[in-house]
Write a protein that binds this ligand. Structure first.
Ligand code: PXG
Length: 297
């Protein structure tokens, strides 16, 4: 496996960063998780835009342009001869000293890892996921904005571990006002009376790339209204269907929340259609990695 660090490719064993890198010492950095389907990188522009916005949010200057990062990313996938991939793009503050002061870090570190994708078993898409509401809240937007995809994932990791301890697959994090925000690594939707609902970005969530694609597919392909509204867990409990969206998960139905069954204990009919629509869309759209990979974009 070849890994890109600061403009060069390294073998996995040699792909190393300094123990003085502030990404490690302080979680000072930003990242993206991106997927490639059948020789095309999905929503690359959207991921790059979010990366650069996250970097701006934490005053991190990325030492390359979007075009340079894009070409390095495509090179890395090609060097690993992958057609379907999970791509992790990480930009840390860089190597500094033991102090917090980011000025000591002269140059950001850019890391690109392209690996085979660890797919959820197909069974999960039929059976759906069980969720619990975490005791941890999503960070308030006046702290570290949840819309910044920073390297500080401890809150989310602790919420996920809480779900695991409770025998559930994923955790819902409420926002500081007690409204549903999102899951530890996915956005959340529910369906009722032929309308779809998902929390607004202003409620303090990561604006998921998958979320935005799914909202568009529901509106344009299913002709169903999507409302970005605040809601409580109770609205989820009485939903007809619920599902989560994310780069890794794509779209997965939710069948139980805090011990309450949603729908009939399996992914709902509309959820199944949304999963199909998403898969079709993802397999047909994206930036070609190899020459002759078909339609652009
Ligand atoms: N919310 C949070 C908090 C996330 O971390 C999403 C929503 C979904 O966003 P996208 O853009 O992917 O639709 C994420 C991103 C993993 C993994 O290994 C997943 C994410 C982040 C890091 C790792 O499953 N999800």
């Amino acid at each position: 496996m070849k890994i890109h660090i600061d403009g060069r490719l390294y073998e996995k064993e040699d792909a190393k960063v300094s123990v003085f890198d502030h990404g490690l010492l302080y979680g000072d950095g930003v990242f993206e998780g991106i997927r490639a389907y059948n020789g095309r990188v999905f929503c690359l522009r959207e991921h790059l835009a979010r990366l650069f916005n996250s970097a701006k949010g934490i005053h991190l200057e990325i030492p390359q342009s979007k075009a340079e990062i894009e070409s390095a990313l495509l090179d890395t996938v090609r060097a690993n001869r992958l057609k379907d991939a999970y791509i992790r793009l990480v930009v840390t503050r860089g190597t500094g000293d033991l102090g917090l002061d980011p000025r000591k870090c002269k140059r950001a570190t850019v890391i690109i890892i392209a690996d085979k994708i660890a797919l959820y078993p197909e069974k999960v898409y039929e059976k759906g996921l069980t969720l619990i509401t975490s005791s941890l809240r999503r960070m308030s937007p006046d702290q570290l904005s949840p819309s910044i995809k920073s390297l500080n994932y401890l809150n989310n990791i602790l919420a996920r571990a809480e779900a695991t301890r409770a025998g559930a697959d994923e955790a819902i994090l409420l926002n500081q006002q007690g409204y549903v925000a999102e899951c530890s690594g996915d956005n959340i939707f529910f369906l009722r009376d032929n309308k779809a609902y998902t929390p607004p970005v202003s409620s303090g969530i990561l604006e998921g790339v998958t979320r935005n694609v799914v909202m568009k597919l529901i509106r344009e392909q299913l002709g169903i209204e999507v409302r970005e509204e605040l809601f409580t867990c109770f609205e989820l409990y009485r939903a007809e269907e619920a599902f989560v969206t994310g780069t890794g998960a794509e779209v997965i139905g939710v069948t139980k929340i805090d011990g309450r069954e949603i729908g009939h204990g399996a992914a709902g009919p509309l959820t199944k259609r949304i999963i199909e629509l998403f898969r079709k869309y993802a397999s047909q759209n994206g930036t070609p990695i190899y020459k002759g990979a078909g339609a652009a974009r």
